[in-house]
Design a protein around this ligand. Sequence first.
Ligand code: KG4
Ligand code: ZN
Length: 350
Amino acid sequence: MSYLDKFKNITIKEDAIILGIETSCDETAVAIVKGGREILADEIISSATEHARFGGVVPEIASRGHTTAILTATENALKNANLTFDDIDAIAVTEGAGLLGALLVGVSFAKTLAFALNKPLIPVNHIRGHISASCLADKDLKPPFITILASGGHTCIVDVKDYYNMNILGSTIDDAVGEAFDKVARILGLNYPGGPNVERLAKLGENSIKLPKMLSHYEGCKYDFSYSGLKTAVINYVHTEEQKGNEVKKEDVACSFQTSAIEVLIEKALMAVKETGYKTITVSGGVGANGYLRQRLTEETTKLGLNLVLPEKRYCTDNGAMIASEGYLQYKNKKFADLTLNAKAVIPFK
Ligand code: KG4
Ligand code: ZN
């Protein structure tokens, strides 16, 4: 009997306990989640400070970080949940998208665990994991809803018709919004990771610099985004002012950039709820931790009487709980992998 065949006829438990492993970038994250929504443990060991001096994630350093941290993160998760491996029903792991070497550490570890413990192995799409983080924030959340997916690699408005049927209404045609935050941070001389540092500086400034409004009312791509032009406009502004010998008010640049980058996300999400008639918006991905986005969305959804689900900031950025939560949804459909599972740098949204 093949490894996969062993689990074809297992009884699916409503309150299954899933171990979720995430190693797609610089966070080694391991969490234990019950019934897809109750977090029993949540460990994150980050190598972010080691990347800061290089101004961005160095893939080799990230992979090495995972190899040294993954066992400790797993042991800590079990200890903090007061559980043993025997209590775990299945192992979920991010198979992609992400840094290949980094993903490989998590996938190899998960395969070894699953084989040794004789438990099902669940491959998880990182982006779907981000969307599932909303299930941790609102235990009663049910599709349909619109999610703003805004991370370092993705920017989309997604129509979540149900958890197994999602439709991307539009996405970025060039840079992702998180990537734009990171690049603008560099121009402003701020450390990696750029997003939180731009946000901190923006709080001290004003939205006083005129920047282009992106694909705002464009026919045919009304849900699409373009962040490359906005980033270039910021670079041009800073260089031109420097050449003129003017003092660049960095806090105003940060605030003006943040306002342009975020407002378009809100505008398009509101357009999507209006068009679909849905009543709920959720936020997914690292940029969802942005305070300005959270505040503006709260204001707009309150005005319109819409339901807003904002995962805790910790669950917007990469974490293991979102992988365990998404793993639970896949577990319910017995979407298990066999031991040939491989890491994938790029993976279609499915
Ligand atoms: O989802 P995530 O942790 O990793 C990816 O899957 O990409 O997102 C990371 C991105 C980075 O670009 C980071 O700068 C951005 O999210 N980010 C933020 C904030 N916190 C993280 N961007 C704006 N404001 C924040 N507070
Ligand atoms: Zn992510």
